[in-house]
Structure formats: C-alpha cells, structure tokens
Design a protein. Structure first.
Length: 123
C-alpha cells in the first residue's frame, strides 16, 4: 500500500515519516499528512540532525480522492532522480503519482536565491 507523509532531503539521505492515507487530515478532496514538518522533525529527527527542519529541501505526499492520485508536493530545487526515490520510498506506483512544486517549501539554498534575486531588482 502506498503511504502519505512528509520528507526531508538531507545531504546523504531522505528522511521520511509516513501515515496510512486514511489517517490523513482531509482538506477538500486532499488527504494531507496529519502533522507538519516542524513537529515531525522535533519528535523524530532533531536529536541526530543539528540543522533545523527547514534547512533542507522538504516536501509532502498527499492523496487526492478525486483524481485518485498521490501528489508529491516539493521544493523546486529537488530533481527528478530524488523525487523518484521519494516515490519508491512511499511505495507509490508510477502510474498514480503527480509531482507539484510548492513554493511554500523553500530550503536554505532556495531562500538565499530569493534574496539574491530581490537584490537584482534594485539595480
Ligand atoms: Zn530548495
């Protein structure tokens, strides 16, 4: 069975926290993970990883009851190869997955770029 959940892509591994899709929080046609990244990070990963949760590129896997697809919302800097690994980790079949950039997910590197871009605007 495929899962929903949250993930963090650190330098050398993809950290995940998964739930059965019926344990998700329903918002319209979407079942989202019931806990946010900050909470999962605090409870599960903070001890071994000194960085804050939003240092890394992150994302979530949700389920759309209308299209019957799993949607992997992700930081725009994550490439196809990493997203494919996320899909396999969450056990989502290739034919029912959709990848969507979520601008809300912005790692340390992406935030730096936003600042640089803003500075360029004032030239
Ligand atoms: Zn990023």
């Amino acid at each position: 069975m495929a899962n929903i959940g949250v993930f963090f892509c650190t330098e050398d591994e993809i950290l995940t926290h998964m739930y059965e899709r019926h344990d998700g929080k329903q918002q319209g046609v979407i079942f989202n993970p019931p806990e946010g990244h900050d909470r999962v990070w605090r409870n599960k990963f903070e001890k071994e990883h000194k960085e804050k949760y939003d240092f890394w590129p992150i994302g979530r896997v949700s389920y759309n009851t209308n299209s019957r697809q799993y949607i992997i919302y992700h930081d725009k800097c994550l490439g196809k190869d990493v997203l494919e690994k996320v899909r396999v980790l969450f056990n989502v079949p290739d034919e029912v997955v959709r990848y969507v950039v979520d601008d809300y997910y912005s790692c340390q590197e992406c935030r730096k770029k936003i600042i640089d871009d803003d500075e360029n605007l004032y030239w």
